[in-house]
Design a protein around this ligand. Structure first.
Ligand code: HEM
Length: 482
C-alpha cells in the first residue's frame, strides 16, 4: 500500500508495483528519462513509484532536485543485491556507499588525489600530454587514411569512441601511473564491455535488482549473468594492476593513489573502512564514473558541433585570438577563453540533460517538497527536468554555448546548471572532467574543422539509453584548418 502523503504517481499493482506503466511509457518514448518526464507532466515535480520491491521517487525540476541533493536525510545510497553484487556481495567503493564508511574513504581519496593529479600543476601536465596524444592520433589518421570530397582533403573519423582511452589515461595516471595505448587490446575489450553494460542497466537498477528472485529463475533474461561476467572481467583487470603495485611497492615513495592506499593499509592509523577490496572498488568506481561520463560529454559535444558549425567557428576565433596557431592550448588559457569554457558546459548539459543522478536513499523518514519519503526509499534526480527545462533555458534543444556568456562577455553559470550534482555527494571529478573536455576540444579545434561527411546523413541527437546515455555511432569528415 502507498504510504500516506507519498508523492503522487501511477497506481501500484501487486508484485510489479508501477513498473508496467513506466515500461509502457519507456517503450513509447524510447528512454527512461522521457518516461519519467511524462510522469512528472502528469503528477508534478515529485513522482512516487514502486518497481518490484523498490520504492522509487523521481525528482524533476530545479526546486525538487536541489532539495533532494542538499537534504542530509537523503545522503544514503541504495542497498540490495544489485548494488552489492558489483563489489563481491558487500558495500564497497565510493559511488554506492554512505555514512561514515563513505565519508572516511571520500576524504582520503580527495586529499591524496590532489597530490597525484587534482593539484593544478600535475593536472595540467597530465591533461596536456593526453591532448597531444589525441591530436597525434588525428594527424596520423589524416596521413594514413585520407578522404576527399569535391576537392577538399580530409579524413573520416568514427567519433563516438575517439576520446575514451585518452580520458581514461589522465585518470589512470593518477590512480596507478598507467597510460594505455589506444591499440591496447585488453583495454579496448574492457571498454567495449563497459559500454555494453552501461546500455543494459539503468541508474535505478536492473530487473534482477527490483525482482531479486529473477537471479535464480531467469539469470540470462534478467541481465544478472551478463552483469556478473562483465564485473568479473573488470575485477581481473584491476586486480592484475594491484598485484603489480604490491610487487613493486617501496615504502615512503608513493607513485600514485594505489601506493598511498597500500601505505595506509600497512599503517598503525588504518581505520576499519580501509581494505584491499575497498581499494579495488575505488578503482572500479573511478573507472566507471570517470571515463564514460567525460568521453560521452565529448562525444555529444562534437556531435552537436557537426550540426552547429557556427559554434566551431566562434570557438576557433577565440583560439586564434588568445593562443594563435603556433603553440598548443594549455589549462592556463582557461580564464581567457570563456567561449570554450561555455562550450564545455554546453557539452555536459546536452549529455546529462538526458539522464539521472546516481540514486540516493532516505536514511530516515523525511519530506521532499512537502511529500512524505519513508526511510529506505530510493530518490533520484531526473536532470532532464532541470538541464533541459524549456521555461528556464528557452531553447534547451539548441546547442548554444552563448547561453553561459553574460553581457560583458564573461562566463556566467546559473544555479540551475548542476550536472555534477550538489551537496555532499557532488561529483569528485568535476575539475578533471572539465579540464579534459576543455583541452581536448581546444586542441582539436585549433588544428581541425569537423563536418558531417558529405555522403552521410547528419547524425541524430537522440542517443542510446542506459545508465548514462551515449551518442549513437557517428562519423566526422575532419579537415585541416587553412
Ligand atoms: C562530465 C563528466 C562527469 C559528470 C557529468 C559527472 C557527474 C556526476 C554526478 C551527477 C554525480 C552524482 C552526484 C550525487 O549523487 O548527488 C557524480 C558523482 C561522482 N563522480 Fe562524477 N561526473 C563526471 C566525471 C567524473 C570523473 C572524471 C570522476 C573521477 C575522478 C568522477 C567521479 C565521481 C565519483 C567518485 C562520484 C561519487 C561521489 C560520492 O558519492 O560521494 N566523476 N558525478
Amino acid at each position: 500500500r502507498k504510504p500516506k502523503n507519498y508523492p503522487p504517481g501511477p497506481e501500484w499493482l501487486p508484485i510489479v508495483g508501477s513498473m508496467l506503466v513506466v515500461k509502457k511509457l519507456r517503450d513509447q518514448t524510447g528512454y527512461l528519462y522521457r518516461a519519467t518526464a511524462e510522469l512528472a507532466n502528469t503528477y508534478g515535480p515529485v513522482v512516487g513509484l514502486r518497481v518490484g520491491k523498490d520504492r522509487q521517487v523521481v525528482c524533476y525540476g530545479y526546486a525538487a532536485i536541489k532539495e533532494m541533493l542538499t537534504k542530509e536525510e537523503l545522503d544514503g545510497r541504495p542497498q540490495g543485491p544489485f548494488y552489492e553484487t558489483r563489489t563481491w556481495g558487500t558495500r564497497r567503493g565510493l559511488l554506492l556507499t554512505d555514512e561514515e564508511f563513505w565519508q572516511e574513504q571520500r576524504r582520503f581519496v580527495m586529499r591524496h588525489l590532489r597530490e597525484f593529479g587534482f593539484g593544478k600543476r600535475t593536472m595540467s601536465e597530465l591533461v596536456e600530454a593526453e591532448a597531444l596524444q589525441l591530436l597525434k592520433m588525428f594527424e596520423e589518421k589524416m596521413k594514413t587514411d585520407p578522404s576527399e570530397f569535391d576537392g577538399v582533403k580530409g579524413t573520416i573519423v568514427p567519433m563516438r569512441d575517439a576520446f575514451s582511452v585518452y580520458v581514461l589515461n589522465t585518470l589512470w595516471s593518477m590512480l596507478a601511473s598507467i597510460r594505455y595505448s589506444p591499440e591496447d587490446g585488453e583495454l579496448k575489450t574492457l571498454q567495449a564491455l563497459l559500454t555494453e553494460l552501461f546500455a543494459s542497466i539503468d541508474m535505478v537498477g536492473a530487473l534482477f535488482s527490483q525482482f531479486p528472485f529473477l537471479r535464480y529463475v531467469a539469470p540470462e533474461k534478467s541481465g544478472y549473468k551478463q552483469f556478473i561476467s562483465i564485473h568479473q572481467r573488470v575485477w581481473k583487470f584491476l586486480k592484475a594492476e594491484l598485484d603489480n603495485h604490491k610487487d613493486t611497492f617501496k615504502e615512503n615513495s608513493p607513485r600514485d593513489l594505489m601506493d598511498v592506499y597500500l601505505e595506509m593499509l600497512h599503517s598503525q592509523e588504518k581505520k576499519p573502512s580501509f581494505s584491499e577490496s575497498q581499494l579495488l572498488a575505488i578503482c572500479m568506481d573511478m573507472f566507471m564514473a570517470g571515463s564514460e561520463t567525460t568521453s560521452k560529454s565529448l562525444g555529444f559535444g562534437f556531435l552537436y558541433m557537426l550540426l552547429y558549425p557556427e559554434v566551431q567557428r566562434k570557438a576557433q576565433e577565440e583560439i586564434d585570438r588568445v593562443i594563435g596557431r603556433e603553440r598548443t592550448p594549455t589549462l592556463n588559457d582557461r580564464p581567457n577563453m570563456p567561449y570554450i569554457e561555455a562550450l564545455v558546459l554546453e557539452s555536459v548539459r546536452v549529455f546529462m540533460g538526458r539522464t539521472f543522478s546516481i540514486p540516493h536513499r532516505a536514511l530516515r523518514d523525511c519530506t521532499v517538497q512537502g511529500y512524505y519519503i519513508p526511510k529506505d526509499t530510493m530518490v533520484i534526480a531526473n536532470f532532464n527536468g532541470v538541464l533541459m527545462d524549456q521555461e528556464f533555458w528557452k531553447d534547451p534543444e539548441v546547442f548554444r554555448p552563448d547561453r553561459f556568456i553574460d553581457a560583458d562577455g564573461k562566463l556566467n553559470v546559473p544555479d540551475q546548471y548542476l550536472p555534477f550534482g550538489f551537496g555532499k555527494h557532488r561529483c569528485m571529478g568535476q575539475s578533471l572532467a572539465r579540464s579534459n573536455i576543455f583541452l581536448f576540444t581546444a586542441t582539436l579545434l585549433q588544428k581541425f574543422t569537423f563536418h558531417v561527411p558529405p555522403n552521410e546523413p547528419p547524425p541524430h541527437t537522440n542517443g542510446v539509453d542506459g545508465v548514462t546515455p551515449s551518442p549513437g555511432e557517428f562519423n566526422a569528415f575532419v579537415t585541416l584548418r587553412s
